[in-house]
Design a protein around this ligand. Structure first.
Ligand code: HEC
Length: 112
């Protein structure tokens, strides 16, 4: 039983470190710097308000509360922008930082 438990824990640790490649802690920091001015929860943020209008309550308006985002989707919007959201250059947000943001945002659903 104990051996089985140890096995399960090591398996979890292995899959977790694999999935955590992008570094969600760094992702949170970079997200707070560049994204929360528009995407923080509440009524004051243009990204949050635009997504509230877009999904009409079908999905949470604040990105950090979404559980449907994929890394590719996050990267696409950050590099291309959408409506008033600017695209971000690699000199602003590096690929490593963008991976970290994607990792951070796509882990929210499993954290809650
Ligand atoms: C200047 C404000 C602004 C900033 C800064 C900003 N966004 Fe946005 N973002 C928006 C707006 C507005 C939309 C919604 C556009 C629309 O109506 O479809 C959006 C949409 C998105 C979407 C698409 C969500 C969906 O379901 O359609 C993603 C993903 C996203 N932003 C991620 C980010 C990330 C990550 C950052 C930080 C690197 C960021 N945004 C910074 C304003 C911003």
């Amino acid at each position: 039983m104990r051996a089985l438990l140890m096995y399960a824990i090591s398996l979890l640790a292995a899959t977790h470190s694999f999935a955590a490649d992008g570094n969600p802690e760094l992702g949170k920091q970079v997200y707070e710097k560049w994204c929360t001015p528009c995407h923080a929860p509440g009524d004051l943020y243009p990204g949050t308000l635009a997504l509230r209008a877009k999904y009409k309550g079908a999905l949470p308006d604040a990105l950090e509360q979404r559980s449907d985002l994929t890394p590719d989707m996050v990267k696409y919007f950050v590099r291309n922008g959408v409506t008033i959201m600017p695209f971000f250059r690699k000199t602003e947000i590096s690929d490593a930082e963008l991976n970290a943001i994607a990792d951070y945002l796509t882990k929210q659903g499993t954290k809650q």
